[in-house]
Ligand binder design. Sequence first.
Ligand code: CA
Length: 420
Amino acid sequence: MGLLRSWVESANVPGADFPLNNLPCGVFSLGEEEPRCGVAIGDYVLDLAALEAEDIVAPAAHAVFDLPFWNEFMELGSRVWAEVRIDLTDMLKEGSPKQYLLTDHLHPLAEVTLHLPFLISEYTDFYAGKHHAMNVGTMLRGAENALPPNWLHIPIGYNGRASSVVVSGSEVRRPWGQIKAPDAESPIFAPSRRFDIELELGAVVGQPSRHGHPVTVAEADEMIFGYVLLNDWSARDIQAWEYQPLGPFQSKATATTISPWIVTKAALEPFRVATPAREKPLLPYLQEPRPLLYDIALEVSLTPDGGRETVIARTNYREMYYSAAQQLAHHTTSGCPMNVGDLLGSGTISGPTKDSRGSLMELSWGGKEPFAIDGGTRSFVEDNDTLTLRGGAIGDGYRVGFGDCSGKVVPALTDPWSRQ
Ligand code: CA
């Protein structure tokens, strides 16, 4: 399939993130107005709340778009997701007789504020990229013991915090925490000195599962509504001291930044690719009924305060060992119910080469090999650095992009308990 041409000219520009093939879902506001649902097309957002009010699109008996989240629309299920996508595609395509109905409801992206696109019920973070697990494991335990014995059998994860998920553009404050240097006898309480990013893709759960009833991988794939870019900010020095035996806790709870647009599974369908060859056979409940990953080119850039942006890593989502559908199926094996609005982090997406590593700890090899940026070097994030993730699936003459997932790190509070 090639570019679907739209009467919105900026949607046809080669390399644009939001051609008609994409139609990602976001929440926007204009001035003092209430946030509501829209889709991105070219340089615009199409106001779906307005289209719903005029009965131009009407997916439900009650309003689902005049809300500051996509959850109620997601609850309507995949048949409705497909119907609305077909209707919007038809109305936005070049030569559509319905163009006149929409023109007043397009707002330039440059003039709107973007918000979190959905209410995040819960957030689970996985550790499912093999290159990342090998790199981190080698640094922590040596190359021989890099992969834990369960890694090739279980998509390893931990239950994270939904409360600190923020939208792109939000500032992230450097956290304080307990830190113990390897040669120190006791920990200190101090601002993190090894603050880091993790380049991930987040899967958005759009349909629930029943308490007590595991789902299959095929069912899990059907439950996923779409994907966001996700930066799982990580304080490595806090993590190294706290993580055994129950895994990361405060080191990952400061903030998780997501892109403002949910790219739907429907938009990514042409880019499906298989998971890599299995090194150990997976138990039947985790086996792949069909290709479950996507060919999505990803990059990370770093911009120092007042400086120029440097792309520091390029990788691809197809490097993952486990897909989101396998993670979601595994998540329900205990009978744990999944809800609309659950967010699953893929785990850091590193590639096999040095310049394809999805965290600064890997890029600088634990701070031992600082890497070059415009005008200097870095090992970890410094104050007032802006880190930006970008991603897109590249089709024949078009790109299905996610928009920027960006966050600036501001200095730690001088006194964390002051109430100023
Ligand atoms: Ca993570």
